[in-house]
Structures are given as structure tokens and as C-alpha cells.
Design a protein around this ligand. Structure first.
Ligand code: NAD
Length: 340
């Protein structure tokens, strides 16, 4: 029985890279029944809603989605369609692997690390207000950084379990507990407790966020799995994609208890939309993460190996990686390579 998966092609370059990804997965023999749904601008165009009910119902049913980038329509009552989806399905873990796949003087050649970002708490809970004073209604502004013990436990446990499942050796807990003694202190305390349960199996290491930023730039190879709170994770995840070659190769997964959504980290790339030049790599790598999550690791490996071989051969690369191939040409070559 094929596994049902919701496919949201998305906006801008989304439909073209989603089409490429579906072709590649089919060529590799992935056992998937796609349920194609819309969101973002495409959702507004079709249903008058950026997160239409049929799309939500589909994800509730399949519990799995592969999502292209979405454009959030202005003035629809929320900050981002992506954030709203994370909230709706309580997708608490944002997982971003960074692996050196292309060799270039500007990037590291030997990075293989995974960042696990808490996705629902911290400074991004959206609890903010102005504080009036001396006749100025906006004399100050306050934002609450909410950290809960249960939220910390589930993300830290996820990171250690991820390390065990993927044969990784070390989890680095990144924090600012030296200054934010309560909120960041709670996160670190919980991390230390959970680390004890994994002693002998997964090593634990702690870093303060500012030192971590420097360490990642100067000596990234010493890290393996990194786990941190929402805003630090947001910043570090873009930093690590920059270390290995940029957004065209950066996949991400949003994992919850009842659903998981896999996506490319990049946006809709309006500057190149409709030109058949986008790199479908990030979404293809996100689909590989999804295949592993679906217990189809052999298919994931077949796709990833062929993809890596193709970009390392260097003959057929998209422009963002210094080649000349368009999306279709790149995908045709990858499909041919997979079919052998
Ligand atoms: P972007 O990632 O769309 O583009 C940044 C730059 O990277 C552009 O020059 C673009 O051409 C290039 N680029 C991105 N993906 C590429 C690919 N696959 N191949 C080749 N080049 C690629 O970022 P932006 O311009 O800041 O955002 C555009 C829109 O995307 C906005 O509406 C934003 O809200 C949305 N967005 C969505 C998501 C998401 O759905 N996950 C993430 C980020 C931004």
C-alpha cells in the first residue's frame, strides 16, 4: 500500500521544484500516493484562504507533508503561513542538516552537522506589547521569551533520540544561561538532566550562543548535533547553510507528535520564478529526510547518492552552483542517473 503524503507545491519557484522532486522520487521507486493541496498565494487564488481547510484536513489525514515555499499574503491576520502551520500541528522540532556537498573555496568541505531548533517557544511566542510612559504610548516595548520545562524536555529529548537513531556521537546544547538565568537556565538544566540518561551513548557539550557563533565559523567540524531555543536556532540555521553552500541545498523538517512537514529552507525566489532555473536540490533533500521518516531509507539513499554524485561530477549543475543547467535539464539528468 503506498503511503499517502500531502504535497503542497507552493508559490513562486515552488511548483517547478515540487514537480522535479516528484519525478525524482517516482524514478527511485518511492511508494507514495500524493494528495496535492494548495496554500499561500495559491490557496488564496483557489479558496480565498492562504491555509485552506482541505489542505489542513489532508495533513490531518496523512500526517505527512512535503511543502514548497509559500508567500504569506499581506494583511491576512497572521505573520506567516509557515508559522501558522507549525502552530496548527504543534511542529515543535525544526531539523536542519548541513552537509558539505559541493567543493568551493568559499565553503567548508567536510561539514556534517544537524541543528535541532525548538520551534514553538522562546521569544517567538508572539507575546509583545508597548509600555506607555510620559505621554508616549510607545515609550518602551516588551517581548516575552517563554520557556517551559515540558517544551524544553521534548526538544532536548528529540535531539538526543535523533543522535541515537542516526548514529551521531555528540549533542551540543546552545544557550545564554549566563545572562538569562531563568529562561535559558531552565533550558540548560533540563538539557543536563536529559543528557545523563544518554551517558555512554551520546556525549553532551554546552556552549554559550555568542561563543558558538564564532566556533561554528572557525571550526565547525567539531560539532555533530546542535540543539537550541527558537531564536538562536533561527539565526544559527542560516549560518550553517552559509557554511556549506547556501540556500539551494538546505533542507528542513518540522516535526510534531502528530504530523511532520518537510520543506526547502529557501523562499519562493520571486526573482527567478517561471524561468526554469531554480535549483530543486533543497526540496529533493527534504524529500529524502521525509523518506527516512517514512521508513523508506533505501529509497532516500538512492535519491541522495544520485543527487550528490550529480552535483559533485559538476557537469550538470544549476546556476546557483556555478553550472548552466535549468531545473528541467537538471531533473532529466538526475532521473536518468537514478534509472541507471
Ligand atoms: P528567497 O529564499 O526566496 O530568495 C533569496 C535568494 O536566493 C534569491 O536571490 C533567490 O533567487 C535565491 N534562491 C532561493 N531559492 C533558490 C533555489 N532553489 N535555486 C536558486 N536560487 C534560489 O528569499 P526572499 O527573497 O527573502 O523571500 C521571497 C519570498 O519567500 C517571501 O514572500 C518570503 O516570505 C517567502 N519565504 C518563504 C519561506 C517558506 O515558505 N519556507 C521561507 C523563506 C521565505
Amino acid at each position: 500500500m503506498p503511503t499517502p503524503v500531502t504535497l503542497i507545491p507552493g508559490d513562486g519557484i515552488g511548483p517547478s521544484i515540487a514537480d522535479a522532486t516528484v519525478r525524482v522520487l517516482e524514478a527511485a521507486g518511492a511508494d507514495i500516493e500524493w494528495d496535492v493541496q494548495v496554500a499561500g498565494q495559491a490557496g488564496v487564488a483557489q479558496h480565498g484562504d492562504p491555509i485552506p481547510e482541505p489542505t489542513l484536513a489532508s495533513i490531518r489525514r496523512t500526517k505527512l507533508a512535503l511543502k514548497g515555499p509559500l508567500e504569506t499574503p499581506v494583511g491576512k491576520g497572521f505573520r506567516s503561513v509557515n508559522v501558522a502551520l507549525r502552530k496548527e500541528f504543534d511542529l515543535y522540532a525544526n531539523v536542519r542538516p548541513a552537509q558539505s556537498l559541493v567543493h568551493s573555496k568559499r565553503h567548508y568541505d567536510d561539514i556534517d552537522l544537524v541543528l535541532v531548533r525548538e520551534n514553538t517557544e522562546g521569544l517567538y511566542v508572539g507575546i509583545e506589547h508597548y509600555v506607555p510612559s510620559g505621554g508616549d504610548p510607545q515609550a518602551a516595548a516588551e517581548s516575552v521569551a517563554l520557556i517551559t520545562r515540558s517544551g524544553s524536555e521534548r526538544i532536548l529529548r528529540y535531539a538526543f533520540e535523533y543522535a541515537v537513531r542516526h548514529g551521531r556521537k555528540k549533542v551540543t546544547i546552545v544557550h545564554k544561561a549566563n545572562i538569562l538565568k531563568f529562561s535559558q537556565g531552565l533550558f540548560l538544566d533540563v538539557g543536563r538532566q536529559i543528557a545523563k540518561e544518554y551517558e555512554g551513548r551520546v556525549a553532551m557539550d554546552e556552549r554559550i550562543i555568542d561563543a558558538m557563533a564564532m566556533n561554528l565559523v572557525m571550526d565547525p567540524n567539531r560539532f555533530d548535533v546542535i540543539v537550541t531555543t527558537n531564536m538562536f536556532g533561527d539565526i544559527l540555521s542560516d549560518l550553517i547553510s552559509g557554511l556549506v553552500g547556501g540556500l539551494g541545498l538546505a533542507p528542513g523538517a518540522n516535526i510534531g507528535t502528530n504530523a511532520a512537514i518537510f520543506e526547502a529552507v529557501h523562499g519562493t525566489a520571486p526573482d527567478i520564478a517561471g524561468k526554469d532555473i531554480a535549483n530543486p536540490g533543497a526540496l529533493i533533500l527534504a524529500a529524502c529526510m521525509m523518506l527516512e521518516h517514512m521508513q523508506q531509507p533505501d529509497i532516500a539513499k538512492r535519491v541522495r547518492d544520485a543527487f550528490v554524485a550529480q552535483i559533485q561530477d559538476g557537469e550538470v549543475r544549476t546556476r546557483d552552483l556555478g553550472g548552466t543547467a535549468g531545473t528541467t535539464e537538471f531533473t532529466d539528468a538526475l532521473v536518468a542517473r537514478i534509472r541507471g
